[in-house]
Design a protein around this ligand. Structure first.
Ligand code: C5P
Length: 292
């Protein structure tokens, strides 16, 4: 029997733009992605059971093929053509259904861990390709760091690291259906788009303020009005606490603020935590960066 423990980092969208609908029903995306040190803990136990099994510390999460971690293990087994006997235990820290990539990141950690244990020698890029069938954000979560994501989300270009900063994440207590939000975006002409090119230039220049001021997510504009108001009020609270910029991540509802200084970030975290249980203080992580 052997055990592997891995960290599965959350992701944020520094920008999110939808460029249109694709013939396969998915949408063409342009997103600047960032891993953060807020992470689930994934433990892989080998030799304790036959086949693939998943358990989590949250009773309401599925333990079968509906869990992306299970799908990832099945995709790995099919690709390497050898039986996988693993029990995946997931200790959730990343909020669930929050736009912060928790399920995708758990799946990515399973792919990395199985590759390590079975010594299959797949490169990170090959693992990322394997993750495409599991979910659109899984390839990014395999590679992590700061990256531009195009296509469905799987066409990845590594970018210079986001300069060191502090991030406060705050998830309001409602959930949003991803397909419904995409439908809502199809139904309107999007009024604003993020300045993705400006963000790429700011990253090249190591200009944290330039990144933060340009962060934007087109889904903020298609939320139902009461939801949009709550997202706006969290953004305003973060900005009034000194965030350089604030934005919703993915299909939401998590909102995050980017801070240059720890003290201001800590104050924002404390004041929002009094209102929202799922509030986190975190830092950039991934791609060769030591998690803080
Ligand atoms: O690929 P994934 O399973 O994460 O996608 C979930 C849903 O999000 C899809 O069924 C689709 O409705 C929507 N989606 C999309 N375009 C993308 C990614 C996701 O329309 N690029």
């Amino acid at each position: 029997m052997s055990t592997l423990t891995l960290s599965a980092c959350a992701k944020l969208n520094l920008t999110l733009d939808v460029a249109g609908r694709r013939p396969d029903g998915y949408h063409e995306m342009r997103m600047v992605m960032q891993s953060v040190s807020l992470a689930d803990e994934i433990t892989l136990d080998f030799g304790t059971s036959q086949g693939i099994s998943v358990r989590t510390n949250l009773g309401f999460l599925p333990n079968d093929r509906r869990n992306l971690a299970w799908s990832a293990a099945a995709a790995f087994e099919a690709a390497v053509k050898q039986p996988v006997n693993v029990t995946v235990s997931i200790r959730k820290q990343i909020p669930v259904c929050a736009g912060t990539g928790g399920g995708s990141s758990d799946a990515a950690a399973v792919l990395r861990g199985l590759n390590q244990h079975y010594q299959t020698g797949l490169t990170p890029l090959e693992l990322a390709r394997l993750g495409e069938a599991v979910g659109s954000d899984v390839p990014y979560c395999v590679l992590g760091g700061t990256a531009l994501a195009g296509g469905r989300g799987e066409v990845l270009t590594p970018l210079p690291d986001l300069p060191d900063c502090w991030l406060v994440l705050c998830k309001p207590a409602f959930s949003i259906s991803t397909p419904e939000l995409f439908h809502a975006a199809d139904a309107v002409r999007l009024r604003c788009h993020p300045d993705t090119t400006g963000v790429l230039q700011a990253l090249e220049a190591g200009d944290l303020t330039g990144v933060a001021r340009r962060m934007y997510n087109v889904f903020e504009d298609v939320l139902p009005i009461s939801r949009a108001n709550e997202v706006q009020s969290i953004k305003s609270a973060l900005l009034s606490c000194g965030a350089l910029g604030a934005c919703m991540s993915g299909t939401g509802p998590t909102v995050f603020g980017l801070f240059a200084e720890e003290e201001a970030a800590r104050k924002a975290w404390q004041s929002l935590r009094a209102l929202y249980q799922d509030t986190f203080l975190t830092r950039p992580a991934g791609s060769g960066r030591t998690p803080k």
